[in-house]
Write a protein that binds this ligand. Structure first.
Ligand SMILES: NC(=O)c1ccc[n+]([C@@H]2O[C@H](COP(=O)([O-])OP(=O)(O)OC[C@H]3O[C@@H](n4cnc5c(N)ncnc54)[C@H](OP(=O)(O)O)[C@@H]3O)[C@@H](O)[C@H]2O)c1
Length: 199
């Protein structure tokens, strides 16, 4: 798949590396493609403007600060039609953690997925803890599910689909739980969630 990554920091860089290794074509959409701080990413994919990065993409990962999504969506929403758009952004100090409503308004033809938002990036870089595979809970438009399952599996995580976007607050509840454990209770950032299910 052609994957556009908007925001080439901890999340974008970590997921981009794994998807490049899985054989996807990666384009990092950044504000200043010639900024030397992005040099380490050039072996993983192309560094371009945000608009160019989105143009040929099948999948767009939003891994910029949550506060930047409204401007991004206003500028580029119409270019997202028909693409799978994964919202990994968080607004930790707002009542709603995700940016799905803004995206749905500005990009009504996009196939939205809420994923990679519930755990610290270290758990995507290393998706096992004490030999156990980490589960990633996510939600999104049902037709996006096969692609989302594949992209999550390629990171090394087990995808756990919670349902359509109406379940996004359940996904975001796990983010709040992760924040409470790590920032409230002082647990290690290498803490994650596992679904236990009797056969
Ligand atoms: N860190 C985590 O463990 C974690 C886990 C789950 C979800 N998240 C969420 O994922 C998002 C990214 O987190 P991160 O830790 O990867 O952040 P980060 O390391 O600070 O990287 C953010 C990147 O976004 C770029 N950026 C900022 N504003 C932008 C804009 N308006 N348009 C395009 N790019 C822009 C920055 O580029 P410049 O250098 O040009 O500013 C930077 O490369 C956040 O919403 C965060 O809440 C983070």
């Amino acid at each position: 798949m052609n994957i556009s990554i908007i925001g080439a920091g901890n999340i974008g860089g970590t997921l981009g590396k794994k998807w490049a290794e899985a054989g996807h074509r990666i384009t990092f959409g950044v504000r200043n493609p010639v900024d030397p701080k992005h040099a380490g990413l050039s072996s993983l994919g192309r560094l371009t403007s945000v608009a160019e990065s989105i143009a040929d993409a099948d999948v767009v990962l939003l891994s910029l600060p949550g506060s930047g999504v409204a401007d991004f969506a206003a500028q580029h929403g119409s270019s997202l039609a028909g693409k799978i758009v994964i919202d990994a952004t968080n607004n930790p100090r707002s009542p709603v953690m995700n940016n799905l409503e803004i995206l749905a308004a500005q990009a009504p033809q996009a196939h939205l997925v809420r994923a990679f938002s519930t755990l610290g990036w270290e758990n995507f870089a290393n998706p096992q803890i004490n030999g156990q595979q980490i589960d990633l809970f996510y939600c999104g438009h049902a037709p996006s599910r096969p692609a989302a399952d594949r992209l999550i599996s390629e990171i090394g995580l087990r995808p756990i689909y919670l349902g359509g976007l109406e379940t996004s607050l359940a996904v975001d509840g796990l983010t709040r739980a992760w924040f409470a454990l790590v920032f409230g209770q002082g647990r290690n950032r290498r803490v994650a969630f596992k679904l236990l299910e009797e056969n």
